[in-house]
Design a protein around this ligand. Structure first.
Ligand code: SAH
Length: 220
């Protein structure tokens, strides 16, 4: 595979086609995913596979999610452009960059300092000034900035973390992969209502686990 402009254009078309065929159909989401180059978020040998619809390894033993899953999770958030969003699990920063096009303000946290630093570099390159990235344990949310209109968790928990539930505004939506197993989890959407929470099961997914405490460099 060469990097000639025609090949890149062709690969990007296939990328968008794969998204649509897996159910990413909202024009605003597709448009954001067309604009944000996934190749910028993947370093090293896997960068050449950036436009394939598959998760890929990133630093600290983590993964950048599969693009169609990024699209489906983004769609499930039902963003209008006015929201303050919290993402738990910055990873490469790709999901946060997509959100930055579709929401007013994005806070993203990761337990690995190195991932946060690398993602911030890409945000600067792309001039995405409405994202704040922080190193912290996202299982506790981000109390200083709460409440949030939307919360997206991109690591799997056994149950939606309690602090995240309390940091969701009334009418707010959280999407989070839940499940006991490392291999199969269910993506659920939690909607906060006046009287409690509604739950929808969306699709089977596979994410790295939500881990408590900060990461030490070189130790997943
Ligand atoms: N959204 C990312 C992919 C995330 S992979 C992207 O677009 O590339 C999951 C990330 O969750 C990993 O980077 C991992 O370090 C992070 N993570 C796991 N447990 C966490 C926790 N308790 N707090 C914050 N981040 C966590």
């Amino acid at each position: 595979m060469s990097d000639a402009p025609d090949d890149i254009a062709e690969r990007k078309m296939q990328f968008l086609f794969a998204l649509r065929s897996r159910g990413v159909t909202e024009a605003r989401v597709l448009n954001a995913m067309e604009k944000i180059d996934r190749g910028l978020f993947i370093r090293g040998t896997f960068a050449m596979r950036a436009y394939e619809d598959m998760p890929l390894p990133i630093a600290c033993g983590q993964t950048i999610s599969q693009p169609s899953v990024v699209g489906l999770m983004t769609q499930a958030l039902r963003l209008t452009g006015r929201e303050k969003v919290l993402e738990v699990g910055t990873g490469s920063g790709y999901q946060a960059a997509i959100l930055s096009h579709l929401a007013r303000r994005v806070y993203t946290v990761d337990r690995h300092r190195r991932l946060v630093a690398e993602a911030m570099e890409v945000f600067r390159t792309l001039d995405l000034t409405n994202i704040t990235a922080l190193t912290s344990d996202g299982s506790f949310g981000l109390p200083d900035q709460a409440p949030f209109d939307r919360i997206i968790v991109t690591a799997a928990a056994e149950d939606p973390p309690g602090p995240l539930m309390t940091q969701l505004k009334e009418g707010g939506i959280m999407v989070v992969p839940v499940g006991q197993s490392d291999t199969v989890q269910t993506l659920i959407r939690v909607t906060r209502t006046a009287s409690g929470f509604d739950y929808d099961e969306l699709l089977p997914v596979r994410f790295v686990p939500l881990v408590e405490g900060l990461g030490r460099d070189g130790h997943p």
